[in-house]
Each structure stands twice: as structure tokens, then as C-alpha cells.
Design a protein around this ligand. Sequence first.
Ligand code: CP3
Length: 345
Amino acid sequence: MELKNDLILRAAKGESVERYPVWLMRQAGRILPEYRAVRNSLSGFKELVETPELAAEVTIQPVDLLDVDAAIIFSDILVVPEAMGLTYEMVEKKGPWFPKTISSAEELKFAEVDFDIEDRLGYVTEAIRITNKELSGRVPLIGFAGAPWTIFCYMTEGQGSKTFSVARKILYTDPALAHELLDRITNVTIAYLKAQIKAGAHMLQIFDSWAGILGKEQYSEFGIRYIEKIANAITEVPLTIFSKGAFYSIADLAKLNCNTIGLDWQMDPVSFRNEIGESRTIQGNLDPAVLYGSHESVEDLTNKMLDTFKSRRHIVNLGHGVYPDIDPEKVRTFIKTVKSYEINC
Ligand code: CP3
């Protein structure tokens, strides 16, 4: 299927663009009443994720309603640990909960590697196929997975945490176990991303949401090392790496085999660009809280953010996922502002 709007793919590859492409992390979700309507008609979040027709429907909602330049497949990073053998529950208003976790070599049996991706994650690839069919080339479709370190956090901690001290403890008490588990997650993630490409994903993003709780050396050993394996394996489509909070390692990440580096709103695009030159595309990085402000201030701060990037290699996004209580009208203002911005560099 030929794409009518391939702006984001061109921006990722450093090709010429007539304006900056824009999308939002977590664009398919609770900010949209249309999403909540679908979601509330079901038993829960997982039913939505596991029903390909409905996952496709909510994937397309932000393309119709917000006019973004890309769709991101509606799923979750936690489908990977589940496929490996650790089921999760999405507890209303609390977040993910894994009844079983991994803390010893004995428990590695809950981290299977040798299984067929289509067998256990076929609902995601099916959702990708349906979405592309229904989009009929309007915009590219982004596939994604969690980075091994972030998935490791959930598989060992079993839930969200401020410190992830259970996960980080293992790095000191049993580094061999940590490496074994990270290696398994990496191998499954590569197979999973390849299956997404085969199903029709036009580009991919790795979310390392908990990168920022590690120090530089530890992130290099337990984080980047495995992202590097993934980046080397994914050669078919553009790849974005988003390591939230890892400002100290961001230039190292930019050396990997990837097209785009995501910046959160605490990272400085100017110094990062000075460090890496024009070799990579940067994605980001408006503070998601800006969208709580007035329409005028959203417009003003979006323009200011665009001014600071001063590069054609920019995919516009927030610095993290959009907060669920943001007014979709503010998101529209953000998107309109980006679309009417004239590239002046
Ligand atoms: O970006 C998109 O629009 C695509 C969908 C998407 C979801 N999760 C849907 C979702 C994506 C890309 C994710 C990634 C994800 N999931 C990450 C990495 C990105 C990030 O935010 O750092 C992480 C850490 C998770 C794990 C996860 N899923 C948590 C911690 C939670 C609970 C917190 C919350 O926001 O409620 C989820 C649930 C989740 N994933 C929801 C959605 C729309 C909300 C569930 C609901 O609708 O009730």
C-alpha cells in the first residue's frame, strides 16, 4: 500500500521535508472520549489490547480526530513479559500488577524464549494488519516494544515503583541472573519487532521508560548493551530509541544503529544536537504539562520549542506520553501549531 503521507519516515531518514511531522506518545488513549467509550464497553484494558478489530479502531481514532502524521499501534509493552510466561493484570487506577515475578535462577522458567511469536502475540500482528488495511495509506503505522531494561523492571518488581529497588538490587546481588533475563527479553523483543515489521509496521520505537533510574555505568551495562543488540537486528525500517531520563547516556545511544533519538522535556535539544551533529533525527520534546495551559500559551511554547531545535531532522512530539486529563482541544492546538510552522533552517 502506497503511503499518502510519509513525512515521518522521511524525517526519520534525514530526507527533505516540507514541514515537521507530529504525533504524540499515548495519543491512542484516555484523552479521547471516543477511546473511553470503546474501553468502557469492555471488561478491561486487556480485552481491548487482545481484540484486534477494536485495537485497530482505537489506533485510528487519533488520526481521524487529532490529525496526527502517524498512528501507533494500540497495545502495551507488557504483552512481551506476558508472552514469556508472566501474566499481568491492569488494575483500575493503579496500573500493572504481575502476580508472579522473577528473583532467582529457578524462576527463569517463567521467562520463556523459544515460542512462536504469532502463537502468543498474533493479536498484535493481526491488529497491525487490520489497522493498515483501514488506514489505506493515510499515515504510517508505528510499532513498538519496551526496552529490555524496562521490561526487566516489571518482570522482577511486578508493578510500578518510584525506586525500582527490587529490580536494581538484582544488578548487584546476582548480575548473572540479570544478564540472563535481559538477554532472553532481548531475543524475544527482536523476534516480536520483526513480526511487527512483517505484519506492516512502517517504523518502530523502543520505550525505555525507566532508563533514568540507573547511573551511567549501569545503564551502559544493563541497558544500552541490549538496546544495541536490538538496533543491530532491526535494519528493515526506521528505529527510534526513547530512553526517558538517561540524559547522561543519550550521546552513546545516538551512536547506535538507529535513525531517531527521543528526548524527554528535561533534555536539552541544543546541546544534544551540538554533540551529535545532523547524524540522527531528534524526536520530542514539549513538556506534556504545557498542554494544561491556555491555547495561547500552548501555541507560544510549541513555537519556542520548535525554534530551539533548529534542524530539519526533527519529529515533533511531547517529552513523554500525553496525560489522560488533557483537553483534546489543547492537543489540536499543539498539532495545528506544528503544522503551520515554517521550517527556517
Ligand atoms: O502511545 C499510544 O497511544 C499507544 C499505546 C500505548 C499504551 N502503552 C497504551 C496504554 C503505549 C505505546 C504504551 C507503552 C507503555 N506501557 C509504556 C512505555 C511508555 C511510557 O509511558 O513510558 C509503559 C511504561 C507501559 C506500562 C503501562 N501501561 C503502565 C505503567 C500503565 C498504567 C498507567 C496508566 O497510564 O494508566 C499502562 C496502561 C495503559 N497502556 C493505558 C493505555 C492507554 C491506560 C489503561 C486504560 O485505558 O485503562
